[in-house]
Design a protein around this ligand. Sequence first.
Ligand code: SF4
Ligand code: SF4
Ligand code: FES
Length: 286
Amino acid sequence: MTVTPLGIPRRLLEFTIDGEVARVPEGSTILDACRAAGKDVPTLCEGDTLRPKNACRVCVVEVEGARTLVPACSRKAEPGMVVRSGGERVRHSRRIVLELLASSVDLSTTPRVAGWLKEYEAKPDRFGPAAARLDEEPRVDNDLYVRDYGKCILCYKCVDACGDQWQNSFAISVAGRGFGARIAVEHDAPLTDSACVYCGNCVEVCPTGALSPKREFDMRAAGTWDESRQTETTTVCAYCGVGCTLTLHVQDNEIVGVTSPHDNPVTHGNLCIKGRFGYQHVQNRG
Ligand code: SF4
Ligand code: SF4
Ligand code: FES
């Protein structure tokens, strides 16, 4: 008999979102409630496997009585709250956040951002050609993943995944200040001279493609990466007895990437170097 562990029953809280009554379990965030109510709140630094970082502020909503807009991803829902998820104040704030990000980094591989720029009528060009921009060459210093910091929005998700929230390798951190701030390994060395163990758990949480598997990076550069032609197959990693759940991303009968489901109770989306990157032997047909 399969026993499904039930979570501790939680009291339902009642409040209103955009004039409609919302009921969510105690401990839920405003974002959880908005999503349950079918509201499309944009997010970038929020991660379903990470603690909220409050770094990007693109998810802000209005809470009656609050002096400032609040980040929906981290603010817990409270009984009686009156939330407005999309008024002009909210739209204005999201527009500016999107304009500042899009004018300073390359968001071309950030899912959904093109739609949000349109929806919020953001005009990243309005700062003019002299606006500071992070134009950096991608750092290709190993065979497994690429760091393209010209796409980095400094959301800190990679740092948290590498640190105490998952991997505990602490290989990366933020170096520098202001516009000079960068995610870096110690002494800004190549990855090969760092404490990185190439688990790729940072790559998994990166929302912009600033970190990407080398295979994907190469295929994008060659114009052959095509998610519409990819299928996903769930299997179990055979490298060790932990037996992590793997999702194989296959294009043209070749594995082009490996991930793990974020809701898997063992991996929570994380893998080690072997599970994530060690698949070449499967398709070595030579
Ligand atoms: S691959 Fe793993 S160890 Fe290396 S920086 Fe990313 S999370 Fe840290
Ligand atoms: S590399 Fe990716 S995950 Fe890390 S801070 Fe930059 S955008 Fe966020
Ligand atoms: S998604 Fe909420 S602050 Fe970034």
